[in-house]
Design a protein around this ligand. Structure first.
Ligand code: SF4
Length: 316
């Protein structure tokens, strides 16, 4: 059995789990290539126009491997934390793929709740049954997959020479070198330190969102907003670069929340879609870094919103 795993969306967070689970069951794993222009073009060709960039790119990944596998893993991830959810686009992902791309092989369609072992195992039993009917083997593969996932890590933390920025956004945009336009290397070349939300603990982000009027509904809303506030409060960053997907409703909420609570703390928002050009991104990143250097190093700028974040007051 050849299992196809598209390298898009939450692959970046959970690839260790999926790959280990199916390879432990004796399957051959076919993972799509790193995102590139061909994959993006295929995604744009097959996906509906209204979808966000990461969903379009996911279509491209699925299309690129569909003829080389017998079973395609399209995780319908619903929730990864108790009482929180993932974007609704994930709920309809298997149907989008089945109806948009011609001649797809069998696809995993069961909803995937990753918030506890019991629910996760339920998905494994169903998806694993495509490979074997031996439930003991599925259980064993599940245990190994969990161990592999525990050891895997996404995100980046790198010290810089003088300045550090938080690279914010959904993990499948921030960690995809094609979608993020190679921003890690651009910042490294300028000696800028980088930190992503993965390096702020879940507990700290939960504390931060307590002052919101309404508890966050989406896990990444809590994680990214909470992490930004914690990093500012601890004085660990000089600015935020937010990589946002055009037409992403969740990004709009997170960006507005961050702006609302941190006032004029430096934040650059880069909207990405299939037409975004690298030269335009380079110019904006360079201008942002110049501005940070001027304000933080030359003008001894101390961002006052830090006090607002500290006190939990609204600076607006
Ligand atoms: S959260 Fe935003 S970027 Fe992610 S799949 Fe949903 S709409 Fe797309």
């Amino acid at each position: 059995m050849r299992i196809g795993i598209p390298k898009g969306l939450l692959y970046y967070r959970y690839h260790a789990f999926f790959e280990t689970f199916f390879s432990e069951l004796g399957s051959e794993i076919i993972v799509s290539e790193q995102t590139n222009k061909d994959i993006l073009d295929m995604g744009v060709q097959f996906c509906v126009d209204e979808a966000c960039l990461p969903v379009k790119v996911f279509h491209g990944h699925a299309a690129s491997i569909k003829d080389r596998c017998d079973y395609l893993i399209i995780p319908r991830i619903m929730s990864i934390c108790k009482k929180e959810y993932i974007c609704p686009k994930f709920c309809g992902l298997p149907e989008m793929i089945i109806h948009s791309i011609p001649s797809v092989p069998k696809v995993s369609v069961d909803p995937l709740y990753m918030r506890n072992d019991k629910e996760l195992f339920k998905w494994c039993l169903s998806a694993g049954s495509a490979v074997t009917r031996d439930s003991a083997a599925i259980k064993k593969a599940f245990v190994s997959a969990k161990k592999a996932q525990k050891k895997s890590r996404t995100g980046i933390i790198e010290p810089g020479r003088r300045l550090t920025v938080m690279l914010a956004g959904h993990p499948y945009v921030v960690n995809d070198d094609y979608l993020n336009m190679g921003i890690f290397n651009k910042l490294r070349a300028k000696g800028i330190g980088i930190i992503t939300e993965e390096f702020v603990s879940d507990g700290e982000t939960r504390e931060e969102v307590k002052r919101l009027v309404k508890k966050p509904f989406w896990t990444f809303q809590r994680r990214i907003f909470g992490a930004a506030c914690v990093l500012i409060k601890k004085n660990l960053i000089n600015g935020i670069i937010y990589l946002s997907s055009f037409a992403c409703g969740i990004d709009s909420v997170i960006i507005d929340l961050i702006r609302h609570f941190v006032g004029d703390f430096p934040m650059l928002v880069i909207k990405l879609d299939e037409h975004t050009g690298e030269a335009g991104v380079d110019t904006r990143v360079e201008a942002f870094i110049d501005m940070l250097e001027r304000r933080v190093l030359n003008e001894n700028y101390n961002p006052s919103p830090r006090e607002c974040v500290l006190s939990g007051q609204n600076p607006v």
